[in-house]
Design a protein around this ligand. Structure first.
Ligand SMILES: C[S@@+](CC[C@H](N)C(=O)[O-])C[C@H]1O[C@@H](n2cnc3c(N)ncnc32)[C@H](O)[C@@H]1O
Length: 341
C-alpha cells in the first residue's frame, strides 16, 4: 500500500443560497459542466465565462463561406461565429481571428485548437481591428473572401467584475479591452471637465441627463464600478429605479466608448475594408447601438455609390423574435452586409 499522504481536501467555494450569484463562484459554469451550461442557457442567461453568439444563421447566410476560402473574424471573442465559419471553410480554407483582448484570446484559441483546428486552418492575432491590413500582411494573406465584425464586448468581458464593465458587480473602474494599454475609465473621469463629459455622454449614449451628470461626476475620483454607479444614482435622486439603472448603463457605455476609442477604430476598419476584401468578398457587421450602426450604414452606402461595393443590404437585419426572447443580449443587434465589387 502506498505510504503517500492523500492530497488535502479542497473545499468548494462557499456561497449563500441554492445557486451561486457571484461570477467567480459559478465554478460549474467556468468548468464547462454540460448539464449546468444547458440549464443556465435554457433559463435565458449566458453561462459565466462563455458567450452566446448572435444571429449565427443570418450571418452565415449573408457571408456564404465556402470550402477553400479565406475568412477574417475581426472580433473573435468566444469563437462562436469563428467555429461555424471554420466548419464551412473546410477543406482547404483558413480563418484569421483578431481580438484586442489579451486575457480571453488565448482561452478561445485553446478551445478552437481542441476542436482540431491547427495553425494551417486557424490563425490568431492579438490586435485592434483598426490594424486589419497589417494583420493580414503579417500572415501573408492578400485579402479575405469573408469578413465578420461583431462589435462591442463579449459576455465574458461584461460579466467578469475584474474587467470593470459590469453595472451589477463591483470591480475596478477599468473598461479597457486590453488592460495593458491606454487609460482606465477611472483616470479618464478624473481628468475630464464637466463640459467635455457632457458632450461625450450625449454623443456616445444619447444621455438625457448629461448636464446634471457631468457636473456631478466630472473631475472626481471613482475607483470602482459600484462607486460610480452609486454617484450616478445620487446625482438623480428623483428617478425611478429602472430609469436610474438605464442611466448607469448609458454612462458606462459612453465611458467605454472613449476608453477604447471605439468610434475611431470602427472608422479605421470601415476605411480599410475595401482594400482588405478580395473581389466578390463579403463583409457582415453586427452593431449594438446607433453610433455604430450609423457609421456602418453611411460607409456602406458611400462605398456602393463609389463602386467599391457591388451590393449592400436594403433593410437592416434584426435577430428573430425567438432569439430575442432566448437571449436578451441580441435585442439591440443590427446586422448589415456588403459585397466587394
Ligand atoms: C461581441 S464579442 C464577439 C463574440 C464572437 N463573435 C463570438 O461568437 O464569440 C466582441 C469581441 O470583439 C473584441 N473587440 C472589440 N473591439 C475590438 C477592436 N477594436 N479590435 C479587436 N477586437 C475588438 C472584444 O474584445 C470581444 O472579444
Amino acid at each position: 500500500m502506498s505510504e503517500e499522504t492523500p492530497p488535502p481536501h479542497r473545499r468548494r467555494p462557499r456561497y449563500r443560497g441554492k445557486n451561486p450569484r457571484r461570477f467567480e463562484d459559478k465554478y460549474k459554469e467556468h468548468a464547462g459542466d454540460a448539464e449546468t451550461l444547458a440549464k443556465v442557457t435554457a433559463s435565458g442567461k449566458t453561462p459565466a465565462g462563455t458567450h452566446r453568439s448572435i444571429m449565427v444563421a443570418e450571418i452565415l447566410k449573408v457571408l456564404a463561406p465556402k470550402p477553400g476560402e479565406i475568412a477574417v473574424d475581426c472580433t473573435l471573442g468566444y469563437g462562436g461565429h469563428a467555429r461555424e465559419l471554420l466548419a464551412c471553410l473546410q477543406p482547404g480554407g483558413k480563418l484569421l481571428g483578431l481580438d484586442a483582448d489579451p486575457i480571453e484570446l488565448p482561452k478561445t484559441e485553446a478551445r478552437l485548437r481542441a476542436l482540431g483546428y491547427g495553425p494551417e486552418t486557424f490563425l490568431t492575432h492579438r490586435t485592434n481591428f483598426a490594424a486589419l491590413p497589417q494583420a493580414l500582411a503579417a500572415h501573408g494573406l492578400a485579402g479575405a473572401d469573408v469578413l465578420l465584425a461583431d462589435l462591442g464586448l463579449s459576455s465574458m468581458q461584461i460579466d467578469d467584475p475584474t474587467r470593470g464593465f459590469s453595472v451589477k458587480a463591483d470591480g475596478p473602474l477599468d473598461m479597457r479591452l486590453n488592460p495593458h494599454r491606454g487609460e482606465p475609465a477611472s483616470e479618464l473621469l478624473r481628468r475630464l471637465n464637466a463640459e467635455k463629459l457632457a458632450v461625450l455622454l450625449t454623443e456616445n449614449a444619447d444621455e438625457p441627463h448629461a448636464a446634471t451628470l457631468s457636473h456631478a461626476l466630472a473631475a472626481r475620483t471613482y475607483s470602482t464600478t459600484m462607486e460610480l454607479a452609486a454617484a450616478i444614482r445620487a446625482a438623480l435622486p428623483r428617478l425611478k429605479k429602472e430609469e436610474a439603472d438605464l442611466c448607469v448603463r448609458r454612462v458606462f457605455q459612453a465611458l467605454r466608448i472613449v476608453v477604447n476609442d471605439e468610434f475611431a477604430v470602427l472608422d479605421a476598419l470601415l476605411r480599410n475594408l475595401p482594400a482588405c476584401l478580395r473581389p466578390g468578398g463579403r463583409v457582415a457587421i453586427l452593431t449594438f447601438h446607433s453610433g455604430e450602426d450609423r457609421r456602418v450604414k453611411k460607409t456602406f452606402e458611400a462605398g456602393q455609390r463609389d463602386g467599391l461595393y457591388r451590393a449592400i443590404n436594403d433593410e437592416v437585419i434584426r435577430a428573430s423574435a425567438a432569439e430575442r426572447r432566448d437571449n436578451p443580449r441580441s435585442i439591440p443587434a443590427k446586422l448589415r452586409w456588403a459585397i466587394r465589387a
